[in-house]
Design a protein around this ligand. Structure first.
Ligand SMILES: [Zn+2]
Length: 466
């Protein structure tokens, strides 16, 4: 461990990682924002070398990435094939332990909450898990100054979902007082009073539920001046929620808790200057690429492409050139905070689409057409496909229920929406399908959208008729 990059406290010999037979060689910066670009890339380079060294000792794992043992510098990654969620599903435990470095007898098991139906199991080492928590707390310290004192965690616990435990451990490392509420507490009428009575200053929550909690008619007054920080995680906040929060709670600081996935741990964090879906990258322990997937080349900074992440680790599951499913671009200008860590702005999920009666329609296509009606933020829309069974009044078939939040322009009718959507070739096929039963449009409070138990608000929802 070098003196220029102080190590977190868990990297002492007392907590050596027994599962990999020795202490981790992975280095972590205490504060990424104070390093020069050269210092940052030096750490990344040494962590890449430690990863390759661990792969060399585990030929079965190295075999998943032909050419991985020849990696010298980060740009050598471009020679490696991409690793897709389908690749991960095929090779992850219990199908195989060929992605796990060393002994997989101890660690943390998570399941990715992918919406595509693929069940991806991740076996993190405890050493990797501690690094995840450390990166999370490092990120929050960059986002919120002064740091939070009393933190309520409203994330979804259990079911192999790591977010709740992650928030607990980050709160411990800040250090701050933790209030482990869980997502079910959002429905409890006592919750706002608990937050007020205990002077909780920070809430960690999904964007949709957190916005509801902090701007709701019956809670806004109660929590004003008490909860002053909202840290969100799980999906993009979205411009309309951001506007609603700013209007209802101008005193509130709203930041991303962490841009993180079950597979990779934290990828990005926000500094005090960043908003929305822009994050600095944890580049000491990650290599992030934005690529043009079809042309198989790196996108120039400023151009949207697929986000591909390489995690640098010498225990647990390293992932090289993993397609996490997000799209975004690298900012061309440095951040006002002066950090040398590059900035990634997320623009959405790759290929967000749904199959409707054997026609594939994409979110981008739907939003492009709705844009002609002045509806521009995907967070304001939910496209529900309702399946009717043979017992329905008109037999089996499907109808479309288009939900628009009350933040969208008034006066848009179902006829307007059909006319706008019809203009897109694929949507025309949906409207003329024999099993199509009609489209209804409803303007509702955003809380009336369908949310998953983990707090996500999908754009496309398929559900049976009641
Ligand atoms: Zn910054």
């Amino acid at each position: 461990m070098r003196e220029t990059t102080p190590s977190p406290r868990f990297h002492d010999s007392a907590s050596r990682d027994l599962t990999s037979g020795g202490p981790s060689a992975i280095e972590l910066a205490e504060n990424l924002d104070t390093l020069s670009r050269a210092q940052l890339e030096d750490i990344q380079q040494r962590n890449l070398a430690a990863t390759v060294n661990a792969l060399r000792q585990n030929p079965d794992v190295a075999a998943s990435w032909p050419g991985a043992l020849d990696l010298r510098v980060a740009r050598d990654l471009l020679k490696l094939p991409l690793f897709s969620p389908a690749d991960l599903q095929e090779t992850c435990p219990p199908a195989s332990e060929n992605l796990v470095l060393g002994d997989a007898s101890a660690g943390l098991v998570l399941r990715s909450s992918g919406t595509s139906g693929l069940r991806k199991m991740i076996y993190h080492s405890w050493e990797f898990s501690r690094r995840v928590s450390y990166l999370g707390s490092r990120g929050v310290r960059s986002a919120l100054k002064p740091r939070p004192r009393r933190v309520a965690n409203f994330l979804y616990p259990g079911e192999l979902n790591g977010a709740f435990g992650f928030a607990q451990e980050v709160t411990e490392l800040l250090p701050a007082m933790a209030f482990p509420m869980g997502s079910s507490a959002l429905a409890s009428p006592e919750t706002p009073e608990v937050l007020r009575d205990h002077q909780v200053d920070t809430v960690i929550c999904s964007p949709s539920a957190g916005t509801q909690l902090l701007t709701g008619d019956d809670t806004r007054e109660l929590l004003a001046g008490v909860v002053t920080n909202f840290l969100y995680i799980g999906e993009i906040l979205g411009e309309s929620r951001e506007r609603r929060l700013a209007a209802a709670r101008p005193d509130l600081t709203v930041r991303s808790f962490s841009y993180s996935t079950s597979e990779t741990g934290p990828i990005g964090y926000q500094c005090a200057y960043q908003r929305g879906s822009t994050h600095h990258l944890h580049e000491d322990v990650l290599v992030v690429e934005v690529i043009d997937t079809e042309a198989e080349r790196t996108q120039p900074d400023g151009r949207v492409g697929e986000v591909v992440v390489t995690t640098l680790t010498d225990s647990g599951m390293p992932l090289l050139r993993y397609q996490i499913g997000d799209e975004g671009y690298i900012e061309t200008e440095p951040c006002l905070c002066g950090s040398a860590a590059r900035q990634l702005t997320l623009t959405g999920r790759v290929g967000q689409s749904m199959n409707v009666d054997s026609t594939t329609i994409s979110r981008d296509l739907v939003m492009e057409r709705l844009g002609t009606l002045g509806i521009t933020d995907p967070a304001d829309c939910q496209f529900q496909v309702v399946q009717h069974g043979p017992d329905g009044p008109r037999g089996p078939g499907f109808s479309i229920r288009l939900l628009l939040s009350d933040r969208t322009p008034t006066g848009v009718t179902a006829e307007d929406a059909i006319a706008a959507l019809y203009g897109a070739y694929h949507m025309g096929r949906v409207f003329t399908a024999p099993s199509y039963r009609g489209l209804t449009l409803e303007r509702v409070d955003g809380s009336a959208f369908h949310h998953t138990p983990r707090g996500k608000t999908p754009f496309f929802v398929e559900r049976p008729a009641h």
